[in-house]
Design a protein around this ligand. Structure first.
Ligand code: NCD
Length: 345
């Protein structure tokens, strides 16, 4: 943990992720129950950008734990509209509460806040940077589905450039040793610095996936040839695959397709066409026959509403996991439950 705060995925060790998922699983068994474990404690939710799931589930989590919340739901109703700095706001709010949950339009704001805050800060999404608590909801959903968080081939599709959930989930999956496949919308790829940081951090390499052997083009309308690539540990067979185009003896079919919305408010644009979307037809093809469908929500039209009751849809489960995940985080970060590892203290 960074100063007892969760600002980015890199604040978490693998053991800490497992502690959070294990405790969330315990809470999930009785998620509509009520405890008094956080009785007398106050959480401030400072949401300076719109939110449905993250704020709702954080506040529900705190109240289910017997604590209470104070809220700012938009920038204009706070003194930041008058020119107050983030630093001053955080100092003030720290006097009023025991924990601050911060959603901010600027990348890095939670880290700045954690440096001056007298109480723990939780990043509820900062600009185009990260959304670590969403990644924990995603990881819990994957663990529930597959019983493990190892050896999973997840394809992350859509706005990789500006989608903050993408950055946190990719980090988490690579930290846990998984290869990750990326399928960007046209012009919406991860930026080069992010790719290099991931490769350097995790000792992975990037291999382009030839469209003739993987079927990601089926997620695009028209004759768009999808760009797809994979970050993975260097292996001789994969290098051969990438560089000689030979057929490889490993299953490249994804076990989950993780879609994201085009972040128009951060300058992303789909007018150029070429944005991956899933519907009943392409989900039933052989290449996607094993894949569950995920999305952090809100969705636009990336995931057809016709899939809402499909046996492989998992996006509402991800959203439901928001409450137990945030109950676990609140308890661990406020010391109401113990971490199993000592690294966090
Ligand atoms: C995401 C976000 O705010 O980054 N939503 C969420 O918290 N589940 C995704 C998005 O806005 O596209």
């Amino acid at each position: 943990m960074y100063r007892n705060s969760l600002t980015e995925m890199r604040d978490l060790e693998i053991e800490e992720i497992m502690d959070i998922l294990d405790l969330a699983t315990q809470f999930k068994a009785n998620v509509k129950g009520h405890t008094e474990i956080a009785s007398g404690l106050l959480m401030a939710s400072l949401f300076l950008e719109p939110s449905t799931r993250t704020r709702g589930s954080f506040e529900a989590a705190m109240k289910r734990l017997g604590g209470d919340t104070i809220t700012t739901t938009d920038f204009k109703s706070s003194s930041m509209e008058k020119g107050e700095t983030l630093n001053d706001s955080i100092r003030i709010w720290g006097n009023y509460c025991d924990l601050i949950v911060l959603r901010h339009q600027e990348s890095g704001a939670p880290r700045v806040a954690a440096n001056i805050s007298s109480v723990p800060i939780m990043n509820a999404g900062d600009g185009r940077n990260e959304h670590p608590t969403q990644a924990l909801c995603d990881l819990l959903t994957l663990k529930e589905e597959f019983g493990t968080l190892e050896g999973l081939n997840i394809a992350i599709c859509g706005d990789l450039r500006n989608g903050r959930t993408v950055h946190s989930l990719a980090y988490g999956l690579l930290l846990l040793g998984n290869p990750v496949t990326f399928v960007p919308g046209n012009g919406l790829d991860l930026n080069d610095t992010t790719k290099k940081t991931l490769c350097d951090n995790f000792g992975v390499v990037l291999s382009e996936l030839p469209p003739s052997q993987v079927r990601y083009s089926d997620l695009f309308e028209g004759n768009h040839e999808a760009k797809a690539y994979r970050l993975h540990k260097p292996t001789p067979d994969f290098d051969e695959y990438a560089y000689n185009g030979k057929k490889l003896d490993i299953d490249l079919r994804p076990v989950a397709l993780y879609f994201t919305r085009c972040q128009t408010e951060r300058g992303s644009d789909t007018k150029e066409a070429g944005y991956p979307k899933v519907n009943q037809n392409n989900l039933e093809t052989e290449f996607f026959s094993k894949a569950v469908v995920m999305h952090p929500l809100p969705r636009l039209d990336e995931v057809s509403v016709a899939l809402d009751d499909h046996p492989r849809s998992r996006y509402f489960q991800q959203a439901a996991n928001g409450v137990p995940i945030r109950m676990a985080l609140i308890c661990l970060m406020l010391g109401l439950k113990a971490w199993s590892s000592v690294t966090s203290q």
